[in-house]
Structure formats: C-alpha cells, structure tokens
Write a protein that binds this ligand. Structure first.
Ligand SMILES: CC(C)(COP(=O)(O)OP(=O)(O)OC[C@H]1O[C@@H](n2cnc3c(N)ncnc32)[C@H](O)[C@@H]1OP(=O)(O)O)[C@@H](O)C(=O)NCCC(=O)NCCS
Length: 150
C-alpha cells in the first residue's frame, strides 16, 4: 500500500536509495532529515508491504521559483520487486498530490546510461526537455525530462 512517509521510515528509505543510487546517499540523508523536520510543501510517499518499505517517491518544490513546477525526487523500488507496477503507482500518487497543490509540471533528471529509468519515464508519458552534456563526467550526460500534470 501507498502512504505518506513518516520519520520512522527514514532508515529503510535511505537503505533503498543506497542500494540503487549509492552516490546519492549522503544527500538523501540530509534531504530526509530536513524533510521530516520541515517539509516546506514537499511530499514523500512510500510503498509498504508487511512493514517493509519497498519503494519511495516524492516531489520537491523549487524554493527559488514560483509554485508552477516541481521535481520528482528519488523514485526507487527495491530490486526484487521491480516491474510489478510499484514505480508507476508511486508516480501516479506523486502526480495526483502535486496536481492537488496546483503544480503544473513535473521534472526529473536521469543519467543517460540508466536505460531502465528512461524506459520507465517514456512509458509514463515524460518527454525529453534537454541534455546536460558531460554532467557526471566526460561522455556521461544528464537527461532532463518533464510531464504536464493536467
Ligand atoms: C525506475 C524504477 C523506479 C521503475 O520501477 P518499477 O516498479 O520497476 O516500474 P513499473 O513496474 O511500474 O513499470 C515497469 C515499466 O517501466 C519500464 N522499465 C522499468 N525498468 C526497466 C528496465 N530495467 N528496462 C526496460 N524497461 C524498464 C518498462 O516500460 C516497464 O514496463 P514492462 O514491464 O511492461 O516492460 C525502478 O526500475 C528502479 O527503482 N530503478 C532504480 C532506481 C532508479 O534508477 N530510479 C530513477 C532515478 S532517475
């Protein structure tokens, strides 16, 4: 089932992120500490089964901008439970919640080598907005995608 993340979930959320995106672990730790202290309009959801957090996704407002766009934050599903629709359901929840806040556009960035994530976003109607060349290293581009929320 999907529910809003709670502070007690932090350890499991960080473990999920560490397993699939280890380079993001330190930033994720800082983000969720701040999120549970003061969400400031952001929202995080988890997919839970029998006390186990198997997926996480959220959206973050751009604090420097208008409340028009937001960013999908750390969508990840436990490796043993992928391709069962959990990621899509978490994404739908994020979209519904962001739309309810009158946000209009959802952005996400992904590594160009993350073919699984890019296929997932394509299937879920994201379009490519741009490419930040050599963002992660020489020849390692960042792809920026977006989706209208209405
Ligand atoms: C991307 C991710 C969240 C998708 O979660 P999921 O629960 O597997 O997604 P769903 O089951 O809802 O959707 C599956 C669909 O997404 C696409 N997809 C997902 N993983 C894929 C892969 N490895 N290769 C190709 N297509 C893939 C396919 O279109 C697939 O549909 P199909 O099963 O009919 O082929 C998951 O693969 C994940 O956690 N990846 C590691 C973390 C990550 O890269 N997150 C995104 C960071 S930008």
């Amino acid at each position: 089932m999907i529910r809003e993340a709670e502070k007690e979930d932090t350890k499991q959320i960080i473990a999920l992120i560490a397993a699939s995106m280890p380079y993001d672990t330190a930033f994720a730790r800082r983000y969720y500490r701040q999120y549970f202290d003061d969400p400031a309009g952001d929202k995080v959801f988890v997919w839970e089964e029998e006390g186990q957090i198997l997926g996480v996704a959220g959206y973050c407002l751009d604090l420097f901008s208008t409340k028009y766009s937001c960013e999908l934050g750390w969508l990840t599903v436990d490796a043993d439970h992928r391709k069962k629709g959990i990621g899509s359901k978490l994404l739908k929840k994020v979209e519904k919640s962001a739309k309810a806040q009158k946000l209009r556009k959802l952005f996400v960035s992904a590594e160009d080598c993350n073919s699984g994530a890019l296929a997932f976003y394509k299937k879920n109607s994201f379009r490519t907005e741009g490419v930040l060349r050599d963002f992660y290293g020489l020849g390692e581009d960042q792809i920026i995608l977006s989706k209208w929320l209405d």
